[in-house]
Design a protein around this ligand. Structure first.
Ligand code: 13P
Length: 249
């Protein structure tokens, strides 16, 4: 059966000392819970995060990686570099990577292949913009994003895929998809995966919702049948808020 996951995407926040403090607070306050907790600090703080969460039931993820094995790519980080320090999960396709760094689904397909080759788990982000929803084109957009980046994968590859539906208009805006809108899209996604890969893959797949998830709306969103957790931005930067979202299942 699929897992419940709450992942904190720390984006470009928290220096090294602040990373240590936030992890300490999360560890001190976290209750026993079957939900998987993931934190994704910046690249420079990943090694610290790995060290400070050792044997603590918290997974550390990278926010991005390059598709090449290595080479002359100034400023970039490879899958091998991540796995060499113990990072086994990577977020790919975040809307901020798509919008500000021009990542498209063709590029993301390459990143996905590289991550899987290195036996990493991928949290794959996608979601429509406001205009797409206003034009009632959101289901098409989401289907195309998934098809172009992921539908070349084999059935077995899906064991290492977590999906994160993040409607762009809900990210960092305080505006969230209603629980019904989230459920409607998550069900659409699960049905699509069922059609392409079969019911076993679809039922085992964790589909997270992201976009202004906060302590006061998490419970209602997570109560929906096809919402298996959340990818949290702003609220992941405070231990109390993050843990109250973790405890919302
Ligand atoms: P917010 O929770 O700040 O809206 O960010 C969501 C997000 O982008 C997580 O990846």
């Amino acid at each position: 059966m699929r897992k419940h996951i709450v992942a904190g995407n720390w984006k470009m926040h928290k220096n090294n000392a602040e990373t240590v403090v936030l992890i300490e607070e999360i560890l001190a306050k976290k209750q026993a819970n079957s939900t998987e907790i993931i934190i994704a600090p910046t690249f420079v703080n990943l090694a610290t995060a790995i060290e400070n969460t050792k044997d603590k039931n918290i997974t550390v993820a990278a926010q991005n990686m390059h598709q090449a094995e290595g080479g002359a790519f100034t400023g970039e980080i490879s899958a091998h570099m991540l796995t060499s320090i113990g990072v086994k999960t990577v977020i790919l396709g975040h809307s901020e990577r798509r919008a500000y760094f021009y990542e498209n689904d063709a590029l993301l397909a390459l990143k996905v292949d590289t991550a899987l080759k290195h036996e990493m788990r991928i949290i794959f982000c996608f979601g429509e913009e406001l205009k797409d929803r206003q034009n009632k084109n959101h289901f098409n957009i989401v289907e195309n994003q998934l098809r172009d980046a992921l539908f070349h994968l084999s059935k077995a590859d899906w064991k290492n895929i977590v999906l994160a539906y993040e409607p762009v208009w809900a990210i960092g805006t305080g505006e969230t998809a209603s629980p019904e809108e989230a459920q409607e899209m998550h069900k659409f996604i699960r049905n699509l995966i069922d059609k392409v890969y079969g019911n076993d893959v679809a039922q085992d797949l964790s589909i997270l919702y992201g976009g202004s998830v906060k302590p006061d709306n998490a419970q209602e969103i997570f109560s929906k049948q096809d919402v298996d957790g959340g990818l949290i931005g702003g609220a992941a930067l405070k231990a109390d808020d993050f843990l109250s979202i973790v405890n919302a299942f």
